[in-house]
Design a protein. Structure first.
Length: 78
């Protein structure tokens, strides 16, 4: 983080869903339009390397392979 004294926090975001949108695409769109300080790991974008693994609404998953259409309207990421 830019500020070493900063603490982790939860933030709510809203984004218009597009057909075929993955969570990886959604996170990039959020970073580009609403949250330039949003950070997350990614590598292959093909579900092979596991770098984008996260807890998606309480379950482990890959951001690059998770379609936003399979998620509820409001969900959490860790």
């Amino acid at each position: 983080p830019r500020d070493p004294q900063s603490a982790p926090r939860l933030v709510d975001y809203e984004l218009d869903e597009q057909p075929g949108m993955t969570l990886f695409i959604a996170l990039n769109a959020l970073r580009d339009t609403q949250a330039p300080d949003l950070t997350f790991d990614f590598g292959c974008r093909a579900g092979v390397c596991g770098a984008c693994a996260m807890v998606i609404d309480g379950r482990p998953g890959l951001a690059c392979r998770t379609l936003t259409s399979t998620l509820p309207a409001a969900f959490s990421l860790y």
